[in-house]
Ligand binder design. Structure first.
Ligand code: 6SD
Length: 245
């Protein structure tokens, strides 16, 4: 998979050189290219923002540098993979979940456009839609200062699903959100620590009993912490698309 990121803070993406993602890049499983939006400016001050038409607080990202930067990404990208996905982090975007991460992991080419200030001039996304599959994407219902943290999170959630990135394929399926339930609690040695004992069943060697206990724990935890995952409400399906048995 190829990932391009356009940002005014290239250093913000430095963590993508670490850990599993860094190793996947060195192994050639993932190709990440970070672009400085200011390289696509033409003025002496490398200006990327201006005051908003219509007034209001803050500054808006100018369209011309974005247009040139996205053209350059298309020119420098892989050939013959069709329209790349342009992901634009935004609090009003589609909220990332594991199903979306799985969907993105099937794409050959993702391009991220990181906004700052009050956001990017709307015409950039309208124009980009001629060449990209544009998808505004949100990390959740809270406000960040820009798109970079969202790019780190989305890239990690997607890259770890690529073949060969996470060593043990079982550790991928046994995870929270992969099958709609939270994970069971895990323990390691010592069997007793600060007066707290590991549940007896885990020491029993009875694999069927352990599997039943873990499943029960997953149900209880999901009910207690994320009841929305067990009984989706109308708010989770506003279009009423779910099939009711
Ligand atoms: C100005 C941005 C880009 C500002 C964001 C995304 C989420 N989930 N919360 N906040 C965000 C993204 C905020 O550029």
């Amino acid at each position: 998979m190829r990932i391009d990121v356009v940002t005014i803070f290239p250093d913000y993406l430095a963590p993508l050189e670490l850990s599993l993602i860094g190793r996947a890049r060195r192994a050639g499983l993932l190709d990440v290219v970070v672009h400085d939006l200011r390289e696509a400016t033409t003025d002496r001050h490398r200006t990327v923002d201006d005051t908003p038409y219509g007034g209001g607080a803050g500054m808006v990202m100018k369209p011309e540098p974005w247009g040139r930067a996205l053209d350059a990404v298309l020119d420098g990208g892989p050939a013959d993979v069709g329209r790349p996905r342009l992901l634009v982090p935004s609090p009003g975007g589609r909220v990332l979940d594991q199903a979306m991460a799985r969907e993105l992991a099937t794409e050959p080419w993702l391009v991220f456009a990181c906004g700052r200030y009050e956001g990017i001039d709307e015409r950039v996304l309208l124009d980009a839609a001629q060449r990209f599959e544009v998808t505004p994407v949100s990390l959740g219902d809270y406000v960040l200062n820009g798109g970079e943290v969202a790019v780190l999170a989305i890239t990690e959630a997607v890259a770890r699903l690529l073949p060969g990135v996470v060593g043990n394929a079982e550790s991928l399926v046994e995870e929270s959100h992969e099958d709609g339930l939270l994970e069971y609690p895990v323990y390691t040695k010592p069997a007793s620590w600060r007066g707290l004992d590991v549940p007896e069943v885990l020491l029993s060697g009875d694999h069927a009993a352990i599997a039943r206990w873990r499943h029960q724990q997953r149900l209880e935890r999901t009910a207690a912490r994320r009841p929305d995952l067990l009984a989706p409400t109308a708010a989770d399906d506003p279009a009423g698309l779910a099939v009711v048995p």
